[in-house]
Design a binder for this molecule. Structure first.
Ligand code: SF4
Ligand code: SF4
Length: 715
């Protein structure tokens, strides 16, 4: 007895010391990052919301269950870990007393049953993971495997270790049944089966098996504990923290203002020597950013949904996080050194790691290739999928900010767009005089705001640069205006006073230009007294709704599809003319995934007589990007397959007559892809892409009167 106590406790002390040292090192590394007081404040302000998130995301495993089979397997394993904590208490108790039973639980049979049930459930989960990993093997599937680039060897080792935990557990419990030391007399069905197998070995053999396997079980658990702190399985402990401190409702929608030393950066007072401008070094990450790196489970869910990765670009959101993590860990001795002398005395390899540029080409030993950060469309698929709420878009944007504002390194073709925004207020540089031209093409008056908006005007219609200046998007603008006019909705526009919301500049990383444009717009909107705003562009919609509050612009913003769907429901718009077509709807990322507006456009289509709506395989939450977001609209797509081509091929799989959407950028990207497909004979000549508003406007028009019947034919 004394020996097993000594062995058990010695193993525990050694494992706790190794794991504790590692956890302390990780804590110090995280704390070497920038402060993030806003994350702590958010948790203090919303305890109920955060408690609910822990229940749904951590204990309910909501995001993991979006993938049914691996999700259920993980759910079983996760809950197995929690329930089987009881068996760890029992194993330690058994070191001291062979007939130990947990106080308060005693010999209560349901607990024995539950423990065995989850032990078996974990084995089922592990078997499922094994099959999944064998079927999705990076060696045979290449980039298509979500595990491509992950540390698969460590994953197999963990599967083995967890299996050993369960196997040793069932063996010592089976032996305990035979020695009479088992606390539960009934219910532990799996242990009873193992006990039945071990019974023929006799009492003393079972006594030896009991002691040996209790110690083996503790050794495996403690070995696992140590291994966890050195591997991706660290997420077992820190994922709840990462979820707790993540941005709510999710790490999408709004980009955060630039922060330095825990405060929002004021461009007028910023000092390039002491302030942090985006992410130029790994230690410019906040501690929450560092926590993101350590929490990644390498599951590859993000990678499998990333349009850049799918179309053979160098960006994988998973690999981005893993490369940053590997660099942070390798640079850690340098970051954690107490003095310059200590840093100077470091091995050359550590000093070389510390000198690596965070973003740079391989020949410059860059940690992240520039093509990686510029390939991102900000579509949000990665953030949406990540089961531990890692905020990829924030990190990519932070790197873009540093590259644009400090290094002046970005795709050259986008510089024209930035200049146009600065000088003319729109990405094409067409200027304010063109903004109201679409109004003269209508046969009714559209009031242009000149001073405070009158009480008789309910909505301000935010037209957007594309909606006012781009020929295809102008058709949508006119359709929306016509529908609002038909429904008797009072609205006005800003006309020449509207400028770009700044979204392309912000997504590009030029926070300075964004701030300039956004402040000007917020001033204009506030002076006009705007309260309810209709936006037709999801990028404008997102910026006005989610980002302008950061600058004091608080409005009730509605996307045109939301308002039009409501007007149809209220009977103020009546679609009557049949459109006998097969139509597939493409979800714009900034309307769908970022802002969860999935239903209204589909409701409008449902109400148009004759429309046969067909969903693409990747739709709604799993919608696939058109390739224009994240300012990619103004960059060349030189690497891999074009994202719009990938999307249109999926649409063509539904054999549509028309493709509908709710975004002027999707309209342009998909329209261009259709033209290319028509050129190669892969799409029919009549195929077109239209906004849902255009569809509705076509149906609202009264049907042409039928031609009078001619005389009966003599044939
Ligand atoms: S936002 Fe979209 S494109 Fe960017 S990394 Fe995530 S999934 Fe890939
Ligand atoms: S970032 Fe999230 S989704 Fe991607 S591999 Fe890591 S844990 Fe999985």
């Amino acid at each position: 007895m004394a020996l097993r106590i000594i062995i058990g406790l010695a193993l525990t002390v050694v494992a706790a010391a190794i794991a504790g040292r590692r956890l302390w090192w990780l804590y110090r590394l995280a704390m070497s990052g920038q402060p993030a007081p806003e994350r702590i404040a958010a948790v203090r302000e919303h305890p109920a919301r955060d408690a609910e998130t822990q229940v749904t995301e951590v204990f309910g495993q909501r995001k993991l269950l979006m993938w049914t089979v691996p999700g259920v397997a993980h759910f079983l394993t996760f809950w197995g870990f929690i329930i089987l904590l009881l068996t760890i208490i029992e194993a330690y108790g058994d070191l001291f007393s062979k007939t130990f039973a947990i106080p308060g639980i005693g010999t209560w049979a349901p607990v024995g049953f539950l423990e065995d049930l989850f032990a078996v459930a974990v084995l089922v989960g592990l078997a499922t993971f094994t099959v999944i990993r064998l079927r999705s093997n990076p060696k045979t599937e290449g980039r298509k495997s979500r595990f491509a680039g992950s540390h698969t060897g460590a994953a197999w080792l963990v599967l083995l270790m967890i299996s050993l935990v369960i196997v040793t557990l069932l063996i010592y419990r089976g032996a305990q049944i035979n020695t009479g030391d088992f606390p539960y007399r009934r219910g532990a069905f799996a242990s009873e089966i193992v006990g039945h197998w071990l019974a023929p070995l006799g009492h003393s053999a079972n006594m030896a098996i009991e002691t040996t396997f209790i110690l083996l079980q503790l050794a495996v658990i403690l070995g696992f504990l140590v291994f966890v702190t050195y591997s991706k399985h660290l997420h077992i402990f820190i994922a709840p923290l990462n979820v707790l401190f993540s941005r709510r409702p999710d790490g999408m929608r709004d980009l955060q203002p630039m922060r330095s030393n825990g405060k929002v950066l004021d461009f007028e007072e910023a000092d390039p020597d002491t302030d942090v401008f985006g992410l130029g070094k790994v230690e410019d990450l906040t501690w929450k950013g560092m926590l993101d790196l350590a929490t990644c489970t390498e599951c590859g869910r993000c990678q499998s949904q990333c349009p850049a990765w799918i179309t053979d670009k160098p960006l994988s959101p998973k690999m981005l996080i893993l490369d940053l993590r590997d660099h942070a860990f390798a640079k850690a001795p340098y970051l954690l050194a107490g003095s310059d002398e200590a840093r100077e005395a470091m091995p050359d390899a550590v000093k070389a790691e510390a000198q690596r540029p965070l973003v740079g080409k391989a020949e410059a030993h860059g940690v992240i290739d520039p093509d990686v950060i510029w390939s991102c469309t900000n579509c949000g698929a990665c953030v949406n999928e990540c089961p531990v709420d890692i905020e990829h878009i924030d990190h990519i944007t932070a790197m873009r900010r540093y590259q644009v504002l400090i290094e002046s390194e970005f795709p050259t073709e986008a510089s024209g767009m930035l200049k146009n925004l600065e000088n003319k207020g729109d990405p094409w540089g067409m200027g304010e005089s063109k903004r109201a031209e679409w109004i003269s093409e209508l046969d009714f008056e559209v009031p242009v705001v000149d001073g405070p908006i009158g009480d008789d005007v309910e909505y301000l219609f935010w037209v957007g640069c594309a909606g006012a200046l781009e020929d295809r998007a102008k058709k949508t603008t006119k359709a929306i205006a016509t529908l609002l006019h038909t429904a008797g909705v009072s609205f006005a526009v800003l006309g020449r006073a509207e400028t770009c919301t700044g979204d392309p500049a912000r997504r590009m990383g030029n926070e300075f230009v964004f701030s300039m444009l956004a402040q000007q717009n917020v001033e204009t909107l506030n002076e006009a007294g705007a309260r309810k705003v209709i936006a037709s562009c999801p990028h404008c919609f997102n910026t006005l709704l989610n980002e302008y509050p950061q600058l004091g612009g608080n409005y009730e913003v509605i996307h045109h599809t939301q308002l039009l769907a409501r007007l149809v429901k209220e009977g103020k718009l009546k679609p009557v003319t049949p459109i006998e077509e097969k139509i597939t709807y493409h979800d714009p990322c900034f309307l769908g995934r970022h802002n969860k507006v999935y239903t209204p456009p589909r409701e409008i289509m449902e109400q148009v007589p004759g429309v046969q709506a067909q969903e693409m395989h990747r739709c709604k939450e799993r919608g696939f990007c058109c390739g224009a977001g994240g300012a990619r609209m103004w960059m060349e797509e030189r690497i891999g397959k074009r994202i719009n081509a990938e999307r249109i091929e999926e649409a063509l799989g539904t054999d549509p007559d028309t493709i509908s959407t709710g975004c002027p950028f999707c309209l342009v990207m998909l329209g261009d892809a259709i033209s290319a497909k028509k050129g190669s004979g892969e799409a029919k000549d009549s195929l077109e892409v239209v906004d849902v508003a255009q569809l509705l406007a076509r149906s609202i028009a009264e049907p042409e009167p039928a031609a009078p019947a001619g005389p009966p034919s003599s044939d």
